[in-house]
Design a protein around this ligand. Structure first.
Ligand SMILES: Cc1cc2nc3c(=O)[nH]c(=O)nc-3n(C[C@H](O)[C@H](O)[C@H](O)COP(=O)(O)OP(=O)(O)OC[C@H]3O[C@@H](n4cnc5c(N)ncnc54)[C@H](O)[C@@H]3O)c2cc1C
Length: 499
């Protein structure tokens, strides 16, 4: 029976895993070991909508305290500066996978030429509004938002919460391990300590000390679909004339794409690029040209997209970058972390802390599915981005491997954005839903045979609906004003905030 858990790593993955396990299974002794000399990766600032509920509902962290310490800003989705139309917004609530009663077809068929204001979230994003406004002027804080959080502040608050929960934290560098009949029996620290545990969580980042290095689990590479392998990062302090944008921006660049993440006082940008098509110096120069205010960080971040074939081997389970990583175009790392941690906790609870081989096998199948879903989704982003004709983008359009999602693409190209496309996805229960895939197809204006011409009556009905969304969004509330509301001592959070 598992009694003691050792978490190797004190980045966001290690602390989220430690807090979740301790909170849900308090009888376990949980120890985090992390190395200040190795440090944390320091990137990973944009999240998805499963993250606020993980913090506030699953872990029970107080919103008031979290907002005060971590100072997050809100993210309603991703603005893609992408595709033939130049720009489109992917929101966290449904835009295209909807069907209004007064229109003959699902919404996507009406968005070929104009994909603006197709939903209230879309209309809010288009106007840089974070929330609709209540009658009393206050923000109506909807549940379809995620956060932007500075990595350093985030880890600081996680460490505070972890210690309050009873998680022990020790500094030390793991330099070796001992094998036993259940897998790893102990790790050795540089300072001479030998630490034992029944379950080891590998959250050691890209080093993947236990799963990758010690157990030598094979790595499944996504390099046939995702060609970017490096990032140059920089940012600047927000000026008084720069509004806080309530979304992540993904801008097409010559040999990849660049994110923009808006924190309250900082604007953070990063150029994710393919080294086969641009050198580090050229990437830095393009980044600087497009972001003259940015102070570029001296380090280039290297990564590879893919995952270790099994995330749980013997008595080692990996989370965060130690288990896998898919380039950050959809900011999925923390999303997948929270979902995998919840699955592990359930497996431990359901097996009375004596997990069976079949449970372990199922865990590995389920987690592999989620990695593969992200690969399929991101491959569409590259395959259909017709914004630039640089050598990189020509290769991306021609060579990105989308074979895992070929049925969906073929069906879409024959039939257009019907809801029936969902049955052609490799897994309809993926984290992005059909909505995400439709946004990529319609947003990029991927052609399909059965182009629909709306009747005049339909066109009027659609225009009226869009106008309603636009009017409500025009009355919306920007991030700056919404932050002032929630910082007011009289502000009361209620459970509606996460509905
Ligand atoms: C370019 C880029 C952009 C990204 N953007 C996003 C994003 O927008 N959103 C998102 O969700 N994710 C993003 N990510 C992923 C992000 O890195 C992770 O979400 C997150 O930071 C988790 O990191 P981690 O805890 O797995 O690893 P790390 O932060 O690297 O932590 C590893 C920990 O293990 C410890 N450690 C390692 N080896 C040893 C050892 N031998 N002994 C003791 N301690 C050890 C380290 O000291 C550290 O504490 C991005 C990644 C990259 C590369």
């Amino acid at each position: 029976m598992i009694k003691e858990v050792l978490v190797l790593g004190g980045g966001s993955a290690g602390f989220i895993a430690a807090i979740s396990i301790k909170r849900k299974i308090p009888q376990l002794k949980v120890l985090v070991v992390r190395s200040p000399s190795i440090g944390v990766i320091g990137v990973g600032e944009s999240t998805t909508p499963n993250f606020p509920p993980h913090l506030f509902e699953y872990l029970g962290i107080s919103r008031k305290r979290f907002y005060a310490l971590a100072q997050p800003t809100w993210k309603l989705g991703i603005r893609f500066l992408w595709g033939a139309r130049g720009s489109f917004d992917y929101t966290f609530n449904l835009q295209l996978d909807t069907h209004y009663a007064d229109l003959a077809k699902p919404t996507g068929y009406y968005c070929d030429d104009d994909f603006n204001d197709a939903s209230l979230p879309g209309a809010l994003m288009r106007r840089d509004m974070a929330f609709p406004r209540q009658e009393n002027g206050a923000p109506d804080i909807h549940g379809w938002h995620a956060f932007h959080i500075e990595n350093k502040k985030f880890i600081e608050i996680l460490e505070i919460v972890a210690k309050e929960e009873g998680v022990e934290v020790t500094d030390g560098k793991v330099t070796g391990s001992e094998r036993g009949d259940k897998g790893i029996s102990a790790v050795h620290l540089e300072d001479g300590r030998r630490l034992t545990a029944d379950l080891f969580i590998d959250a050691s980042g890209f080093r993947s000390e236990l799963l990758g290095k010690t157990l030598e689990e094979p790595f499944v590479s996504f390099d046939k679909s995702l060609f970017c392998k490096k990032a140059v990062i920089g940012g600047w302090e927000r000026g008084p004339d720069e509004p806080i944008l309530p979304y992540t921006t993904a801008e097409t660049m010559d040999a990849g794409w660049a994110w923009r993440i808006d924190h309250e006082h900082l604007i953070n940008r990063g150029y994710v690029y393919c080294p086969d098509h641009i050198s580090d110096d050229e990437a830095a120069a393009e980044f600087q040209r497009k972001n003259p205010k940015a102070k570029i960080e001296p380090k280039i971040v290297n990564f590879r997209s893919g995952f270790y074939q099994r995330q749980w081997v013997d008595n080692v389970v990996a989370f965060g970058n130690a288990g896998g990583f898919v380039e950050p175009l959809e900011s999925t790392a923390i999303m997948i972390l929270c979902s995998h941690v919840q699955t592990l906790v359930d497996f431990l609870l359901h097996s009375d802390l004596e997990p069976t081989p079949t449970m372990q096998r199922l865990y590995n199948d389920l987690t592999a599915n989620t990695w593969n879903d992200i690969r399929q989704f991101l491959s569409l982003h590259y395959k259909f981005n017709g914004k630039l004709d640089t050598p990189f983008w020509k290769v991306a359009r021609e060579e990105t491997d989308v074979s895992g999602i070929a049925d969906f693409i073929e069906f879409y190209q024959e039939n257009g954005p019907t809801g029936f496309c969902r049955y052609q996805l490799p897994r309809s229960e993926n984290d992005f839903g059909l909505e995400g895939f439709l946004v990529m197809m319609v947003g990029n204006q991927v052609p399909y045979k059965k182009r629909y011409k709306a009747t005049q009556q339909e066109a009027q009905a659609w225009a009226r609906r869009k106008q309603q969304f636009a009017q409500e969004a025009n009355r919306g509330i920007r991030s700056e004003e919404a932050l002032a509301y929630i910082k007011h001592p009289g502000w009361q959070w209620n459970s509606d905030a996460t509905k």
